[in-house]
Design a protein around this ligand. Structure first.
Ligand SMILES: Nc1ncnc2c1ncn2[C@@H]1O[C@H](COP(=O)(O)OP(=O)(O)OP(=O)(O)O)[C@@H](O)[C@H]1O
Ligand SMILES: [Mg+2]
Length: 844
């Protein structure tokens, strides 16, 4: 098979003497003799077989372990470094030839034939054929042309630069915004025997030096080098890159997640300020074109907004690029919406839903950490192998939850939207503009589990793009999968509130246009339409990306196409249920205008970012045994095997231990530094409460509260009660107080700040100041409430209105006992046949 006849993979007449490409099966049956590439391959073949150093594999030279690499250095054939003959950067060893083809392309500016590229794809990636526009993109860049490639998430963008790296001599530089993504890809490539590396501060100096040595050697072995945009922006790295370019070794520049270049693209997939940090470095990538002329640039993104496309092409100075756009349709995903307001119990519903599919792999997204924890406990209690995952856990726990999930030990992860982008937050937290690297993400294993069968949104996502991205994690193996969204009117209001505040904040803190700040609300509206309007869900998704499609495309693979009557009926019922609730005024979310508020993060996963930076993470990791027990109970990979009662008991025991240990003087001395609540922390807490109080004044505009004193009193109460328990609990209590302030109804606020009942303070007339919580008339009520709580008679005391209770963070035991009491009451009520009002169970 070593015909020295024409090596005519792509009609390249300039390399007639090169050996033909061999398929893996051909290779496996090939005799173990050396095959060499290059113009003097015959000579090398002779030398190689003389020294018996190589055996054939995929038409390339594969050095045998333990043999000298001097041959390759001498003849520039397989430029591996390292004594084993294998590239050994980091810890991964390569097992397969990284150089199956040398210059498939041969002369520049010619289109490489499909067959040669398919062979590379099959050999290295074991995919039978190219998907969508992959081939066109690869052919374009191999012929030296710039290319803008828009492919949906999971569409296979990486192949578009990985195959060129294998088809042509030289290095492909991949710019990627996240170390975790780079690390993930590099690891996967190494496993396939492809020489890839990333440069990051997370690596040892030795590893970095080895990479640089390789790059500066006569013939680098690296095929793909992943870097962050920040590194490119440094003069040192740019100088190295220019040298590589000058030596003709740079093959292609691939800009992954290229929407980050655009000021319009920064909202996509990336949360809050993420790309505001990255944007400057991404925008500097425009200089690449001038600094590294005549190298094709491949921009890859899944953002379909036309403005972003234009901006990316302009910013990167792409010249006459081939613009490729793939459809965003994910035919293997079935889309469905369920309406929380029409369900008896959404928790049971999701539980039954997941169970009905057996032991499947799933992701459930929630908006808040507390919902994640609650839902994870509920699912575990019902025998689903499940764990919560959110930024409130320390990195050790997060990575163990991820590990368990990736290795199928846990089937369901209940996560905040941070899942998958969680490292973004850590990234932000530790962002060092001079380095652009984040040490925290080191060790992250990636979340590319292909067999996710269900992605469930337990709260409405913030935009169609976010929804598409998150639901797109289902069925990356192309097998039938499902997206289920639970829509609730309260969730909608909450999200409107969050986005309104975020828009306000952005507007205040930057010179952004008003239009841009309102964009998020407009985007969210698309999501509402997806849920609240009849008609094909798939069509709505695709149209939001500017695709024109007919409803027949869906082929009944969404609930609205499959059961149109049922969906219409639900929507009607939803309307009347909402109107009914509106009339009764039972909604707890009172938002008149989202733009009236500040501090959007208060409700969401973005909540507590400042707190984390100020130390809750370290609190958790420095926690004592009791807290460890509590954590391991909540997040145990064996969670499904625990009976919930056992779990609760363990948690209660852990809490008791915690307080017992706390009362131990010696322990307190040991812990004093770690748990000290600093004056600054308390001041920022007061400020936070003050903001919340002020923002809520419209709900009790008749009452004039002394806001500052009220905020101080609330903080004092919290500090007094929880200060000794450490920062985590104090912060959590403060967070809950703020949340309570934001969500409290007018009645609740009035009762809280101007309590009537036992105290019957002075009648507050408009214009007259209500007694502040610190005034003498207020204090007794608080004291009384505390006393009642201790004696367990809160509920029974008719003199103290229920709404006048302090914010609902209590000790774990109190919480559990209270909940048990509520549960048994509601069970009694339901068995008494209490009317369920407008609520009705919907079966799909
Ligand atoms: N031609 C192909 N045939 C089959 N599977 C493929 C093909 N190309 C890529 N894949 C697989 O598709 C999955 C997604 O690929 P990849 O991560 O490159 O997608 P992406 O477009 O970069 O997605 P994202 O937008 O999430 O980054 C991977 O598991 C990959 O192995
Ligand atoms: Mg990708």
């Amino acid at each position: 098979m070593l015909a020295n006849s024409a090596y005519n993979i792509e009609s390249d007449s300039t390399t007639p003497e090169e050996p033909p490409f061999q398929s893996p099966s051909e290779l496996r049956s090939s005799p173990p003799i050396a095959v060499a590439f290059g113009r003097n391959w015959t000579l090398r073949r002779i030398v190689a077989s003389t020294f018996s150093l190589y055996h054939s594999s995929c038409g390339s030279l594969l050095p045998l372990p333990g043999k000298s690499s001097s041959f390759s250095e001498k003849y520039h054939t397989t430029p591996y470094s390292g004594t084993s003959g294998f590239v050994e950067f980091g810890s991964s060893k390569m097992s397969k030839s990284p150089l199956p083809l040398q210059n498939v392309c041969g002369s520049e500016k010619k289109v490489v034939k499909k067959e040669a590229l398919v062979k590379l794809l099959r050999w290295h990636f074991e995919h039978s054929d190219f998907r969508g526009k992959q081939l066109e993109a690869i052919q374009a860049v191999l012929s030296g042309r710039d290319c803008f490639c828009l492919m949906p998430t999971g569409g296979g963008k990486s192949i578009c630069y990985q195959i060129p790296a294998l088809a042509k001599q030289g290095i492909v530089l991949v710019v990627s915004p996240l170390i975790a993504l780079m690390e993930n890809q590099v690891m996967a490539l190494k496993e396939k025997g492809i020489a890839a590396e990333y440069l990051s501060s997370t690596q040892t100096v030795k590893t970095k030096n080895k990479i640089y040595e390789d790059l500066e050697s006569g013939k680098p072995s690296l095929r793909l080098l992943y870097v962050t945009p920040e590194l490119i922006a440094t003069s040192g790295f740019m100088a190295r890159l220019s040298k590589i370019h000058a030596r003709g070794l740079l093959n292609l520049i691939a800009i992954d997640e290229a929407h980050c270049v655009s000021t319009w693209g920064h909202d996509f997939r990336l949360l809050l300020n993420f790309s505001l940090y990255l944007m400057p470095s991404y925008r500097k990538l425009s200089s690449l074109r001038n600094r590294l002329p005549n190298i094709p640039v491949l921009a890859l993104t899944a953002t379909a907004v036309p403005k972003v496309q234009k901006d990316v092409i302009q910013s990167l100075c792409l010249q006459n690029p081939l613009v490729l756009k793939s459809s965003f349709n994910r035919p293997n995903i079935y889309y469905e919406v369920r309406y929380k307001d029409l369900l008896d119990d959404p928790y049971s519903d999701i539980c039954n839903y997941l169970k009905s599919y057996g032991n499947i792999c799933a992701i459930v997204y929630c908006l808040e950490r507390t919902s994640c924890d609650d839902l994870a406990i509920h699912l575990s209690k019902n025998g689903i192998s499940c764990a919560a995952y959110h930024a409130g856990l320390n990195s050790k726990l997060r990575s163990s939850v991820l590990d368990n999930w990736i290795s199928s030990k846990t089937q369901v992860v209940v996560a905040t939207v941070a899942f998958g982008y969680d490292f973004l937050f850590m990234f932000l937290g530790s962002f060092d503009p001079t380095q652009g690297y984040c040490p925290y993400v080191y060790g992250f294993k990636g979340i590319d589990r292909k067999d996710v069968r269900v992605v469930c949104h337990f709260n409405i996502p913030k935009s169609m793009e976010a929804f598409y991205q998150e639901s797109g994690r289902a069925g990356r193996d192309q097998l039938p999968s499902r997206s289920l969204l639970y829509y609730g009117v309260d969730d909608r209001r909450k999200m409107e509130f969050i986005l309104g505040q975020a828009a306000n904040k952005k507007l205040q803190s930057s010179s952004m246009e008003e239009g841009s700040s309102k964009k998020s609300l407009v985007d969210f509206h698309q999501m509402i339409e997806y849920c609240e309007e009849s008609g094909c869900r798939r069509k709505k998704i695709l149209e939001s990306f500017g695709e024109e499609v007919t409803a027949s495309l869906c082929a009944k693979s969404c609930d609205a196409c499959k059961n149109p009557n049922l969906v219409s009926k639900c929507l009607e019922e939803l309307k009347s249920a909402t109107a009914f609730r509106h009339r009764k005024g039972s909604s707890r979310i009172h938002i008149t205008s989202a733009s009236d508020f500040k501090d959007a993060e208060q409700f969401s996963e973005f909540w507590n970012r400042d707190d984390e930076a100020s130390g809750s993470e370290e609190d958790i990791s420095d926690s004592d045994d009791a807290v460890e027990i509590a954590k391991s109970v909540v997040h145990s990979s064996k969670s499904s095997e625990w009976r919930v009662d056992d779990r609760i008991e363990s948690l209660q025991r852990a809490e008791e231990n915690y307080y017992r240990i706390k009362s131990n003087q010696e322990k307190q001395v040991n812990k004093v530094d770690k748990n000290t609540i600093s004056g600054t922390l308390r001041e920022s807490g007061k400020q936070r409460l003050l903001n919340a109080v002020e923002q809520n004044q419209q709900h009790f505009s008749d009452l004039q509260i002394d806001f500052v004193t009220s905020a101080e009193t609330l903080e004092n109460e919290c500090y007094k009660k929880y200060g000794k328990s450490g920062k985590s609990i104090y912060l959590s209590q403060m967070a809950s107080t703020v949340r309570w302030l934001y969500t409290a109804t007018t009645n609740e606020l009035t009762n809280r700040f101007c309590p009537t009942g036992s105290m019957k303070p002075e009648i507050v007339t408009p214009g007259q100041k209500c007694p502040s919580p610190s005034s003498s008339s207020f204090k007794p009520v608080v004291a009384q409430v505390q006393e009642e709580k201790v004696s367990g008679s809160i509920e029974a005391n008719s003199l103290v209105p229920k709404d006048a209770l302090p914010p609902p963070i209590v000790s774990f035991s109190e919480f559990i006992n209270k909940r048990k009491a509520t549960d048994s009451t509601s069970k009694r009520q339901s068995s008494d046949g209490v009317s369920k009002g407008m609520e009705k169970k919907i079966k799909f």
